[in-house]
Design a binder for this molecule. Structure first.
Ligand SMILES: *[C@@H]1O[C@H](CO)[C@@H](O)[C@H](O)[C@H]1NC(C)=O
Ligand SMILES: *[C@@H]1O[C@H](CO)[C@@H](O)[C@H](O)[C@H]1NC(C)=O
Ligand SMILES: *[C@@H]1O[C@H](CO)[C@@H](O)[C@H](O)[C@H]1NC(C)=O
Ligand SMILES: *[C@@H]1O[C@H](CO)[C@@H](O)[C@H](O)[C@H]1NC(C)=O
Ligand SMILES: *[C@@H]1O[C@H](CO)[C@@H](O)[C@H](O)[C@H]1NC(C)=O
Ligand SMILES: *[C@@H]1O[C@H](CO)[C@@H](O)[C@H](O)[C@H]1NC(C)=O
Length: 796
């Protein structure tokens, strides 16, 4: 077994090496990259930072924005418009007191607004960290003006002490649910409800063990419930695992829930939750040793709560590689684990060590951790206060479920490398085909929003949009589906972005290939416009079928004058990151070599001569859902300068004349390939050869193992399979330097059903503008894709 483990690690590493070669798969690359635009509406105020709390008040048309020592009421349709502001600064005394307790005066000893909840149309509840002394207040909004009531209340347990600590809270009716630390040191975590009937978690590590709270929401399960069930509040967090025999501390992701009608127990669990149950959340990423950690959650509500879905973001806990993923969980699947699943129970092994195993004994009735429902009521139990001690004692000691909650379809919806995903919101959109699609808007740690849709298992990233000029981490994301806006906040400001900008797609083909459920091609106006505002329109989301688009106008050829001995650069702009460029010279396919170079679509001809004159055509070839789409983007006539009888052009300059206008344009000349670049190229293929050899060696080792352990050792089979897939991926990912283009084109694109795995923005052989290779460094090797799925950590 240990031999296999060792080998699987070696082989895994090998596969990582092969994957980290420049020919990384192009999976899940956003189709378009939209750079930062100053057109985006931005709000910030000098001297104020940490814009990380938002409350949308659609009826008032305002976005309330909480920052450090300030709260703003911004116009929802243009957040650059500041309707009103209140400032809530720490007093000098508080700041001094906090500072003497060892906290940084200018960083930690300030008032970070962390809680903003709506109580009714005019009143809100606000809490701030207030120099490590959390405080809450009421705030009213009258005629667009914010007024802090000055009715300060103790905020302990409602808001964190530490501004850097993640926390979550929720207002349900008049009850505030909050999950945070209740003491200065941050060592006493609680999940509590502040209301007439206040409740909290037990101070036991089996309930919460160094948790990091992420998200909370309510699901109205009492609506039309046949068994008289109660509404539930779901809490997402990560904490120290108790169920694994792992030498060092290991974190796991959890979902917990409580019943809204919980009133605590009479003797046992007095003023504590009687319905606190938690389960592990699984988001299986291949090849991970430590489970990934939940970072953000969004509840996409549906009229029928059973159809509601929690969308979550996971990142790795090792920090060795930057991989993140999106997993989705149906509320009904979570509920199933809590209401039907088995419990875990602690057993003492050896002296001090406690092991958590599946509980197989008798479970008391009513079922521990359940809400008061018709079954309980029939037993004469109308409130949690009536529950028998046996049920309460059971749940006090065993809040953890045996089963983990599996994600929808058993695997991540999306896996992304390099740019870490930080926040997620999801909009459900009705498209022209009558179907609804869940469009995910995912914020990243480098200031981008990724907009992605799942089309029958195929994950498609429509576009990525840079919303912060300095690529700040997106700390908060809010969606207004009715107004069609997305709001994002960072340390340095808040921005507003429309959910779609169809006018970005200029042609019919571009509009259709974008596969954006918000957009359709309008035949009457000949514009790509939003679905709601259009009538005679075309949309093809799943297929990306452009056959009904009008024929595009033929591309007008451009004359380019060549000077023998110089290099020529022919630009060709592709409209999609997923497209490949194919150049033809006199209707012959052009393959890159010492003479021809292709980067960012453009063609470079080195050391040009008379024999290079002729017709050059640039085609963009894009595969959408198995369908090839081929479009001519540019056509050039390369002519010798003698044809025009011109004087010799200055050295290293190429002129080309536009045929229609008579203007002569000058275009830049690119440096010839330097020996240094050539050497790099050689080195790279050397590495590839080494990797290929090692992979071969690895595969033969696997063969030996398979021979020795014929059956039962599936792990290795998985590795073999994974490596074969990787080989396919490698072939398919070749970009420029491959001889047989037709076969490459066929292989492109993710195999159906595989989650997409991608580098951040641009992958494959990526040339910088100066013509120098960018080599994916070995530091980028991720621990993904190697070891096959390891669902049970005990296998390791
Ligand atoms: C926002 O409005 C408040 C007054 O309502 C004003 O003091 C503040 O300077 C404004 N901030 C910005 C950035 O416009
Ligand atoms: C809103 O709630 C506050 C605090 O509970 C209360 O004082 C106020 O009267 C309420 N206003 C309305 C219009 O209900
Ligand atoms: C607040 O923003 C500043 C940068 O403006 C940053 O240094 C600090 O870490 C942030 N504080 C928190 C609690 O995020
Ligand atoms: C529970 O409620 C029912 C009907 O409202 C009542 O008859 C019964 O006495 C109650 N039981 C307890 C223990 O309060
Ligand atoms: C939408 O895209 C067009 C074209 O790129 C741009 O001019 C416009 O400013 C964008 N609109 C918004 C609201 O970003
Ligand atoms: C694209 O289509 C044109 C015209 O149909 C054809 O000449 C060209 O070879 C095609 N290019 C590719 C790469 O398939």
């Amino acid at each position: 077994m240990s031999l296999i483990s060792a080998l699987s690690i070696i082989c895994g590493l090998m596969l990582h090496l092969s994957l980290s070669s420049p020919n990384t798969p192009k999976y899940c690359v956003p189709r378009k990259t939209v750079p930062y635009s100053s057109e985006l509406k931005l709000f910030k105020e000098d001297g104020i930072s940490n814009y990380s709390t938002m409350l949308i008040q659609e009826d008032l048309g305002v976005l309330l924005l909480g920052a450090r020592e300030a709260i703003y009421a911004l116009d929802m349709s243009n957040i650059a418009v500041n309707k009103s502001a209140v400032y809530w600064r720490v007093t000098e005394e508080k700041q001094r007191e906090c500072n003497t307790k060892g906290k940084l005066a200018e960083v930690e000893c300030r008032n970070y607004i962390r809680t903003l909840h709506r109580m009714n149309e005019t009143t809100m509840y606000v809490c701030g960290t207030n120099a490590f002394s959390p405080t809450c207040d009421y705030m009213s909004i009258e005629h667009g003006q914010l007024i802090l009531q000055g009715m300060q209340e103790e905020g302990k347990g409602k808001c964190p002490f530490d501004p850097f600590q993640r926390y979550s809270s929720l207002m349900v009716g008049n009850a505030l649910y909050s999950a945070t630390s209740i003491n200065f040191l941050g060592s006493e975590p609680v999940f509590l409800r502040s209301s007439n009937s206040a409740l909290r978690t037990e101070f036991k590590s089996s309930w919460l063990s160094e948790p990091n709270f992420v998200y909370m929401d309510v699901v109205e399960e009492s609506v039309d419930s046949p068994d008289g069930d109660d509404d539930k509040v779901y809490l997402f967090f990560s904490e120290n695992a108790m169920e694994y025999d792992f030498q060092s501390k290991m974190a796991v992701s959890r979902v917990a829930r409580v019943c809204k009608g919980d009133m605590g127990g009479q003797r046992t669990l007095q003023r504590k939750w009687t319905s606190f149950l938690k389960a592990r959340l699984d988001c299986p990423l291949p090849g991970l040793i430590l489970p990934p950690i939940v970072q953000d959650v969004f509840l996409l509500k549906h009229k029928d709560w059973k159809e509601s879905v929690f969308y979550t973001i996971f990142t790795l806990q090792s920090g060795l590689s930057q991989v993140s993923a999106v997993c989705a969980y149906k509320v009904s699947d979570i509920k199933h684990v809590f209401t039907e699943g088995k419990f875990k129970t602690p057993v003492a092994v050896e002296t001090s060590h406690v092991k958590w195993v599946m509980y197989t004994g008798e479970v008391p009735v009513p079922r521990p951790g359940g809400c008061i429902n018709n079954v309980a009521r029939k037993m004469g139990l109308n409130r949690s206060l009536d529950l028998p001690d046996k049920t309460l004692q059971f749940i006090r000691d065993r809040p953890l479920m045996e089963e983990a909650v599996p994600p929808v379809s058993g695997r991540p919806l999306l896996v992304k490398r390099e740019a870490l995903l930080s926040r997620i919101v999801v909009d459900r959109v009705q498209a022209l085909d009558g179907q609804t699609y869940d469009v995910m808007f995912i914020g990243t740690e480098n200031g981008f929003i990724q907009k992605a849709v799942n089309y029958d298992g195929e994950m498609f990233i429509i576009e990525e949009i840079q919303v912060f000029e300095n690529r700040d981490t997106i700390n908060i994301l809010r969606l207004s589906s009715s107004k069609g806006f997305l709001f994002a906040g960072s340390e340095f400001g808040a921005v507003q972005m429309p959910l779609s900008n169809c006018s970005r797609h200029e042609s019919c083909a571009d509009c259709i290939l974008a596969r954006d459920p918000y957009c359709a091609w309008d035949f009457t106006t000949e514009h790509c416009s939003s679905v709601s505002s259009s009538k005679t329109v075309l949309q093809s989301l799943k297929e990306g079928d452009v056959s009904q688009c009008p024929e595009p106008d033929a591309v007008a050829p451009v004359d380019v004058v060549l000077t023998a001995g110089n290099s020529v650069q022919l630009p060709c702009e592709l409209h999609s990151n997923l497209a490949h460029v194919v150049w033809q010279f006199n209707h012959q396919l052009l393959l890159p070599n010492e003479k021809y170079h292709i980067y960012s679509g453009r063609l470079l001809i080195f050391d040009s001569s008379e024999s290079d004159t002729g017709l050059y055509i640039c085609d963009s070839v894009e595969q959408i859902n198995g369908r090839m789409h081929n479009r001519t983007m540019a056509v050039y006539h390369l002519r010798s300068s003698t044809d025009f009888g011109e004087a010799t052009t200055p050295a290293m300059t190429t002129h080309f004349t536009m045929p229609l206008s008579t203007t002569t344009l000058e275009i830049g000349i690119v440096e010839p390939l330097t020996p240094g670049n050539q050497k790099e190229k050689g080195k790279m293929s050397g590495l590839e050869v080494a990797v290929a050899l090692l992979t071969l060696l690895c595969l033969s080792l696997i063969g030996v193992i398979l021979f020795l352990w014929v059956r039962g050792h599936l792990e290795c089979l998985k590795i073999a399979r994974a490596s074969r897939q990787n080989e396919v991926k490698r072939q398919s990912a070749e970009y420029v330097h491959i001889p047989n283009r037709t076969s490459e084109v066929k292989l492109l694109g993710p195999e159906p059903g595989t989650p997409c795995i991608s580098n951040n923005n641009h992958c494959t052989v990526d040339f910088k503008q100066n013509g120098v290779h960018r080599i994916t460094s070995l530091a980028n090797i991720s621990s993904l894709n190697g070891l096959g799925y390891i669902n049970d950590e005990s296998e390791i």
